[in-house]
Write a protein that binds this ligand. Structure first.
Ligand code: ATR
Length: 266
């Protein structure tokens, strides 16, 4: 029996155990996946402990992804993004980042081709960095905007992209083929909109990486006939990619999606 886990704080609401355990069952693997509340102070102990106990692998979430960089051997992708969301244990303890690939596969899942597309990426946190890195590798023309300009400019500089101020967001939305919300805005019902959704057009794609609720942004997008993509498939594909890193096997994404959507329905 191999043991896997997601570490983070808070962690109670993580859907990763439900998603990965469903995958393990469908794949016929003798494995189980658990969530542990671990803060930055104990991350080193937790990673070394998991290695010592022969864990199959770890996922890391808020607030651990950046701190883990100094505790594992990051691969090229994790290095470029500056954050680790997946840890593997073989001869060495390696750090990976599957968030960007997850976002890219989610877009592809819904038939969206990013090559040559004008993408507006809103946000400059860890998720935004991963998406910027992956989609720019795939030939998207990305403009970054962020409420705090210094953070947005740092992301744009690190990945080699263009930054534009947040106050001009509506103009930026108008000129995009794909609008990606990589901020936390929309997680709560009371969150104000990032921009007036009536400026969206039917030809546009709106990808909101939030998966916990149907956001106002996605509803605005549907209202004008634009393609609205929620964060569920990004969650599923980042998990599927982690599973592939740990086991070398293709993950059953349909099963994982069904498990996540069922858990979200409560
Ligand atoms: P994660 O690692 O999950 O991406 P994060 O690092 O906390 O999370 O980043 C959250 C993102 O949401 C940031 O881009 C943040 O903008 P700032 O850099 O200005 O903080 C963005 N964000 C959060 N609340 C926001 C709001 N009310 N309006 C606009 N952007 C917001």
């Amino acid at each position: 029996m191999k043991v896997y886990a997601v570490l983070g704080d808070p962690i109670e609401h993580s859907l990763s155990p439900v998603m990965h355990n469903a995958a393990f069952r469908a794949m016929g693997l003798q494995a189980s996946y658990h969530a542990f509340r671990v803060g930055i102070q104990r991350l080193r102990d937790a990673i070394l402990g998991a290695d010592a106990m022969g864990f199959g692998g770890l996922n890391l979430t808020i607030p651990l992804k950046e701190s883990a960089m100094a505790l594992v051997e990051p691969d090229e992708t994790a290095k470029a993004i500056g954050a680790v969301n997946t840890v593997s244990f073989r001869e060495r303890i390696r750090g990976h980042n599957t968030d960007g690939v997850g976002a890219s596969l989610a877009l592809r899942h819904y038939g969206v081709n990013v090559r040559g597309a004008d993408v507006l990426l809103i946000g400059a946190g860890g998720a935004a960095r991963a998406i910027a890195y992956q989609l720019s590798r795939e030939g998207a023309e990305i403009i970054v905007t962020n409420r705090t300009p210094e953070r947005g400019m740092a992301l744009a500089r690190d990945i080699g992209l263009e930054f534009r101020p947040f106050r001009g967001i509506e103009e930026l939305v108008r000129f995009s083929d794909i609008v990606i919300n990589a901020t936390s805005v929309g997680m709560r019902e009371c969150d104000p909109r990032l921009f007036d959704g009536s400026i969206l057009r039917a030809e546009q794609v709106v990808f909101d990486i939030i998966y916990s609720r149907d956001t106002e942004l996605l509803r605005d997008a549907r209202r004008v006939g634009a393609k609205a993509i929620d964060g569920v498939m990004m969650l599923v594909y980042q998990g599927a990619e982690a599973l592939r890193i740990w086991t070398g096997l293709e993950a059953p994404v349909d099963v994982m999606e069904a498990a996540v959507r069922a858990a979200l329905r409560g």
